[in-house]
Design a protein. Structure first.
Length: 144
C-alpha cells in the first residue's frame, strides 16, 4: 500500500509537469496544449491516475480496517503498475528529449516508477496471482 501511494504521488507530479509543459511549449506558433491529440493523451493519463488512485486508497482503507488481504494488494499493485507504465511513457513522449535529461525531473520520476513496479512483484506477477484465483469463485467455471 505504501509503494502504491508513493507511485500515486509520483504519477500526479509527472502529470502536472506534463500538462504544464504542454501549456508552455509552442510549436507552429501555438502551445502544444492546443493540439487535440495531445490533450486527449493527457486526459487518458488523468483517467489512469484516478483509477490507480482509487485502487491505492482501497488497499490503504482495507489495511486501516485491519483487513490484510493479498488479493486486494495484488489488485492495487496491478492497477498502479499499469497506470505507472502508461503515465511514465506518455510523460516522456510528450516532453520529448528534455524528459530524459538529468536536469528535468520526469526522467527521474519514471525511473522510480519502474523500480516500484518491480518491487514486491511486477504487474504481470500480480495478474497471474489474480488469474489463478479466479477458479475459486463459484460463478466461474474454468475447464481445460
Amino acid at each position: 500500500a505504501a509503494l502504491c501511494a508513493e507511485a500515486i504521488g509520483i504519477m500526479t507530479e509527472a502529470l502536472r509537469l506534463t500538462t504544464d509543459y504542454l501549456k508552455q511549449r509552442k510549436q507552429f506558433g501555438v502551445p502544444l496544449a492546443k493540439f487535440q491529440t495531445l490533450t486527449h493523451r493527457a486526459a487518458d493519463m488523468y483517467v489512469a491516475l484516478e483509477l490507480a488512485s482509487s485502487m491505492s486508497l482501497y488497499a490503504t482503507m482495507a489495511i486501516a480496517d485491519g483487513v490484510i488481504d493479498p488479493t486486494i494488494a495484488s489488485r492495487a499493485k496491478l492497477a498502479v503498475g499499469r497506470a505507472a507504465h502508461q503515465i511514465g511513457q506518455e510523460a516522456i513522449q510528450m516532453h520529448g528529449g528534455i524528459g530524459m535529461t538529468a536536469e528535468y525531473p520526469v526522467g527521474h520520476y519514471v525511473s522510480r516508477l519502474v523500480a516500484i513496479e518491480h518491487t514486491l512483484g511486477a504487474s504481470d506477477d500480480h495478474l497471474r496471482v489474480l488469474a489463478g484465483g479466479v477458479s475459486h469463485y463459484s460463478m466461474v467455471n474454468v475447464t481445460e
